[in-house]
Design a protein around this ligand. Structure first.
Ligand SMILES: Cc1cc2nc3c(=O)[nH]c(=O)nc-3n(C[C@H](O)[C@H](O)[C@H](O)COP(=O)(O)O)c2cc1C
Length: 192
């Protein structure tokens, strides 16, 4: 069973994301989302810099998000067709709650940017875990949209970047697991 919430360990051992395009439902309530974000904000963070932001895209902002993506996709690929525009509209209107996770490292700080970016990734992961712990499923995606300057500017201050679009909703079908690495492939005993 995936996303087995019967215990903390079982959830950690079975957590599985969903594809954002396959989510259904309105997603978490405002109170649940706030709880998820509070959990996500309890993330290891060298220097107490909280070098990340969570930008909530409300239901009433999805149309504007779609307009932004349609404008951006033309810059991304000047040969876009109506099908591409429709795809952007679909992305902007995926079910559930959308949180854009932004990496916001402090520049010229003694804490290396690399460590701050690691913290941002961990914050996004904690957001996923919190969503799953509250009985939802989430999906973290990037793609060209995360690297588009136009999209970046709409969500980020200078020096910040998009770490991912996290959609939180309910699964529309039974999830299947994906292959996981053999521990022997990723674990080593240190040989001095
Ligand atoms: C930084 C980052 C970006 C990702 N971007 C995409 C993406 O654009 N499209 C996609 O299908 N999966 C993407 N993934 C993978 C999914 O979020 C997810 O991790 C993967 O489907 C495995 O899910 P699970 O291990 O959480 O079950 C990305 C993962 C990370 C960490």
């Amino acid at each position: 069973m995936l996303n087995d919430r019967s215990s903390i360990l079982s959830l950690l051992e079975t957590r599985r994301s969903a594809k954002p395009r396959e989510l259904v439902g309105p997603g978490p309530t405002a109170a649940e989302l706030e709880r998820m974000l509070a959990i996500a904000a309890r993330t290891p963070d060298h220097g107490k810099l909280h070098p990340w932001r969570f930008v909530i895209v409300g239901d009433d902002q999805r149309d504007a998000f779609g307009t932004l993506l349609r404008e951006a996709v033309v810059e991304h690929d000047p040969c876009t067709t109506i099908a591409h525009h429709n795809k952007e509209d679909e992305f902007a209107h995926y079910a559930g709650q959308l949180v854009v996770v932004v990496s916001a490292p402090a520049a010229n700080h003694k804490i290396p940017v690399w460590e701050q970016e690691l913290s941002c990734g961990a914050a996004a992961m904690n957001l996923l875990l919190a969503a799953h712990a509250l009985g939802y499923v989430a999906g973290w995606v990037t793609g060209w949209r995360a690297y588009s300057e136009r999209v970046r500017a709409a969500f980020c201050e200078p020096g910040e970047r998009i770490a991912g679009f996290v959609f939180i909703g309910e699964a529309s079908r039974d999830l299947e697991d994906r292959p996981r690495p053999e521990l022997s492939d990723v674990v080593r005993n240190w040989q001095p």
